[in-house]
Structures are given as structure tokens and as C-alpha cells.
Design a protein around this ligand. Structure first.
Ligand SMILES: Cc1ncc(COP(=O)(O)O)c(C=O)c1O
Length: 394
């Protein structure tokens, strides 16, 4: 009898995709999986048409087409103030998902420890397992999602080689403050660890919060490895364009891992996306305003319904507190909600290492009509949930 890899034995089915499947089955409004239901900018779609006709259609340079890296370096400098060499300090990857995996494979040895804030984006768990690392989870405690500074230092003292920092954060919506980032940076320097950032929501931040680039903090340029992508910024999650930015020595290694993993990102899509990277400030201001509007529609609606939630500072998720309904099992509750309320969310327990069962995550990167219909359905939630008898989640 054959045996499959021990390393992947414990992988579970993605809860988010499971909720999507059930949502489709019951024709519910799917606010579980985080992707927009509106169109990307016309310039990108036109660029795609041009690339379809004129190419390129063959492999690009493995670490990314030159014009794409050049445009990326300019954009990154514009927003972060950091000048990077597009030849030596950037690798273009298949989404931030590959960026994170290639980074972990490049810096971690089996048995090395990596700090992950919990709740966390589910891929980080798999990334650490695939790279052989042992995660040390440090709680971001709801509802404020602050962390205990001593507990974080303890994790570094245990010998962590790196910390993964998702900022702005999915699912908590936390945007780390300058002071918090400085504290993390100081620990990374003190204990000689890498900071691996996931900044896919860098441009989705709600005023007065501000995104601060970890790499721009004093002496952090060398030890920060930036993982990012175009998925969220240009509403092109299906294009699979991401990147790693780091110092040349790290990038040299990431280039090799990336080459063996995927050879490269899709050449015509890189070509088409260059126009996006060259957009002026106005595009990013409009994007932030658009998200502020969607947040106002959905989160404002939750407020009017009297539901308890944590106001997100960034990204496009909101965690709703469902403890008032006596929820004991949030996964079963979410399945019930799909069937009975017609709205799909993700059980918070799938993001937390701690025993947290009272939060469910909705995303709001949706058109007004979709969000308003979801709110109309959710207006029945309290009555339905309170009157529900013989349910498996109470
Ligand atoms: C925090 C975070 N990182 C990475 C990703 C995936 O990004 P990409 O599409 O670039 O692989 C997501 C997608 O939801 C995310 O929420």
C-alpha cells in the first residue's frame, strides 16, 4: 500500500471553500471567500486584450518581466519611500500565496520556529508546515486585537527565526500602529529574526488609520521580506500576480525557489498589469474611498441591526460577535446561517489557534445591491437564531 507525505497528512479542507460550496448549494449570498464582485479597472482589461493580440505568450524572465519589475519598483518607492533595485531585489510570483511559500522555503530550515499572530490568514499554517517550520502563535486578543508585549518577546526568546506580519490584517482588520511596528522591529533586531510581511491590503485602509511599511522603519530594510500582490489593489485575484521584495542575498535564494516552484508568473498578465502599476495617486485614493463606502454600507448596516462587531481599520472583513445567540460551535452556526438566513460567512475558529467560537467573518468587497440584500436577510438573524430550537450549534 502506498503512503502519502506525512508533511501534508494533517492538512484540512479549507473552511472558506467549504462555506462557499454550501453557499452555492443553498443559493446564499457568499460573504465568506474574499474577492470582489465588481470589475477591475478598464485599463487593465484593455491591456489584457492588447496582450492577447500582441503577446508576450512565452515564458518571461523567471523572476518577472523587466517592465513589470521596473514599474513595481517605482510604485513601491512612491508609497514606501524605499528605493529597490528591480534586478536584484524583486521576484514576481504567482500571487502573494507563492511569494509567502517561496520566502518560507528560502529562509527556514525544518524545525525552525516562526511566529504567527493569531487569528491569522489560513495559508500561514500550511506555509510553515510545508517549509518544515514550527509555528509559535501569539494571540491578537479580540475585540481590540492588541498583543501582549511580553508574550511576543517570549516567542522571540524561544528562538524564532522569523515573524509573519499581516498588515493590514485578515481577518481582524487590524492596522498595526507605528508604535506596535517599532516594538516588533526592535524585537526582530534584538533577536536577529526576519520579519516577513503580507501587505496585500496596503491600499485598503480606513481613515484615520495609515499603512506603515515595516521595511521603512530604521534598520529594517535588510531583515524585512515583503510579500505582496496585485490581487486586492486592482481587483484581479484571478490574475495571480504577486511579488517578493527583499535584500539581494535573500532575493537570490527566492529566485531559485520560485524558478523550481512555478518558473514564473503569466507573461501576458504581467504585460497587461503594468498599466495598473503606473496609475497615479488618484487611483489609490478612489480605491480607498470605494472601500470606505462599502464598509459604510455593510458595517453601518450591521450597526443599525444592533449586531456587535469589531470595526475594521483596514482590509475588507468584519468580525461579528454572535455570542448573544448562545453559539457553541461557530462552524455549525455558519452552516445553519447559510441554510436559514441565506448569507455565508466564515467561522472565526478557523482563524484562531485559541478557543474562540463567538466570531464570524463577513467580507464586504461587494456591490451595494449585494450588500443591501445580505443586510436585509441578516435583519432576520436575531429572531431566527434566538428562536432556533434543536440546533446543533447551541
Ligand atoms: C492576508 C492575505 N494574504 C494573501 C492572500 C492571497 O493573495 P494572492 O491572491 O496574492 O495570492 C489573501 C487572500 O485573501 C489574504 O487575505
Amino acid at each position: 500500500m502506498y503512503q502519502l507525505s506525512k508533511r501534508t497528512n494533517d492538512f484540512t479542507d479549507s473552511v472558506i471553500r467549504r462555506m462557499t460550496r454550501i453557499s452555492n448549494q443553498y443559493n446564499a449570498i457568499n460573504l465568506s471567500q474574499g474577492f470582489p464582485d465588481f470589475e477591475p479597472p478598464m485599463e487593465l482589461k484593455e491591456g489584457l486584450v492588447r496582450a492577447a493580440i500582441n503577446g508576450p505568450h512565452q515564458y518571461a524572465i523567471t523572476w518577472g518581466a523587466k517592465n513589470f519589475r521596473d514599474a513595481l519598483a517605482k510604485k513601491y518607492e512612491h508609497f514606501s519611500g524605499i528605493k529597490v533595485d528591480p534586478e536584484e531585489e524583486i521576484v514576481v510570483t504567482c500571487g502573494s500565496t507563492e511569494a509567502m511559500m517561496a520566502t518560507m522555503m528560502s529562509i527556514v530550515n525544518p524545525g525552525d520556529k516562526v511566529i504567527i499572530f493569531s487569528p491569522y490568514y489560513e495559508n500561514y499554517g500550511a506555509d510553515t508546515i510545508l517549509s518544515g517550520a514550527q509555528p509559535i502563535y501569539v494571540p491578537l486578543v479580540p475585540p481590540t486585537f492588541d498583543f501582549d508585549r511580553d508574550e511576543l518577546e517570549k516567542a522571540f526568546v524561544e528562538g524564532a527565526k522569523a515573524i509573519i506580519l499581516c498588515n493590514p490584517s485578515n481577518p481582524s482588520g487590524k492596522v498595526f500602529t507605528y508604535e506596535e511596528l517599532m516594538y516588533i522591529a526592535d524585537l526582530a533586531k534584538k533577536y536577529d529574526a526576519f520579519v516577513v510581511t503580507d501587505e496585500v491590503y496596503e491600499h485598503i485602509v480606513y481613515k484615520p488609520n495609515k499603512h506603515i511599511y515595516m521595511q521603512s522603519l530604521p534598520e529594517m530594510r535588510e531583515r524585512t521580506i515583503v510579500c505582496n500582490s496585485l490581487s486586492k489593489t486592482y481587483s484581479i485575484t484571478g490574475w495571480r500576480l504577486g511579488y517578493v521584495i527583499a535584500n539581494p542575498e535573500i532575493i537570490e535564494r527566492v529566485k531559485k525557489v520560485h524558478d523550481f516552484l512555478t518558473v514564473g508568473a503569466a507573461a501576458p498578465l504581467m504585460e497587461a498589469a503594468v498599466t495598473g502599476l503606473e496609475f497615479g495617486d488618484e487611483y489609490y485614493e478612489d480605491l480607498a474611498e470605494h472601500y470606505a463606502h462599502m464598509k459604510e454600507v455593510f458595517v453601518g448596516g450591521l450597526k443599525r441591526l444592533g449586531l456587535k462587531y469589531t470595526d475594521p481599520q483596514g482590509a475588507y472583513y468584519v468580525l461579528v460577535d454572535v455570542s448573544e445567540f448562545g453559539v457553541k460551535d461557530d462552524t455549525l452556526f455558519c452552516e445553519w446561517m447559510i441554510r436559514n438566513v441565506g448569507v455565508a460567512a466564515v467561522p472565526g475558529s478557523s482563524f484562531f489557534k485559541e478557543d474562540v467560537n463567538h466570531l464570524v467573518r463577513f467580507h464586504f468587497a461587494k456591490q451595494d445591491d449585494t450588500l443591501n440584500e445580505a443586510l436585509r436577510r441578516l435583519s432576520n438573524l436575531r429572531e431566527l437564531a434566538n428562536n432556533a430550537i434543536d440546533v446543533d450549534w447551541k
